[in-house]
Write a protein that binds this ligand. Sequence first.
Ligand SMILES: C[S@@+](CC[C@H](N)C(=O)[O-])C[C@H]1O[C@@H](n2cnc3c(N)ncnc32)[C@H](O)[C@@H]1O
Length: 252
Amino acid sequence: MAFYIIGLGLGSEKDISVRGLELVRKCDEVYLETYTSLLPVTIEQLSAYYGKKIIPANRDLVEQRFEEQILPKAWEKHIALLVIGDPFSATTHIELMRAAKQRGIDVEAIGNASILTAVGLTGLQLYKFGKVTSIPFYEEDVLVETPYNILEENQSLGLHTLFLLDLDPPTERYMSVNTAISALLKLESHKKKKLFTENTLCVACARLGSDNIIKAGTAKKLMGEDFGRPPHCLIVPGKLHFLEEEALNYLS
Ligand SMILES: C[S@@+](CC[C@H](N)C(=O)[O-])C[C@H]1O[C@@H](n2cnc3c(N)ncnc32)[C@H](O)[C@@H]1O
């Protein structure tokens, strides 16, 4: 009997690892964490491929009730929590792992591809990325300054900046690359440091791991393009190696 935290990867129901799939198939209860990312397939498609009923788990269930209501079942049953991408990359599920261990429950974690590594598809070198930051939803001109400040810090070191974009799956609200660029331009108009202008080189990514839409260009150019369905993320490159420059030229 045990608790399994299993990464699903980014692309489809088939991106789960063989080990992950074998564990899912032997589990008595399988939950899907539904609020930190978006997979381009439905819960029904996952369920049909895995041959298991899948119970959606929203933020309230995972963060407030899972520890008390679900984890104790792992004394007598095999319980799995499925997480889109990698369970421990840009998400906080380490807390559940700690809680299970503290209760003496056997825990196994099965990793998978994450957006944090999928951005390697752009040709930008992963070891040259600085701090990752998020752009939260905003109202009118009330904007959180953190993404701008992190961009400044990374740029001063010549490092690339990956912006993850806010999402709210229950209301089907997902920030687009276009809105993210607009947020950074708004921040620029307040901060006036000429850090992010319409001429700043950006890389827009959509649905990495499935459609792999990647486009490089100025902020102004990318603002006018449609990248289609979510999820999206945005990269502002730092100092470019010539091989990175070649890759971006190809993508522009
Ligand atoms: C909190 S992160 C989830 C990280 C997840 N645990 C992982 O390992 O990929 C979610 C954000 O990452 C970005 N993202 C996730 N998957 C993506 C994909 N396939 N293509 C582009 N951006 C993606 C989006 O900005 C999304 O709102």
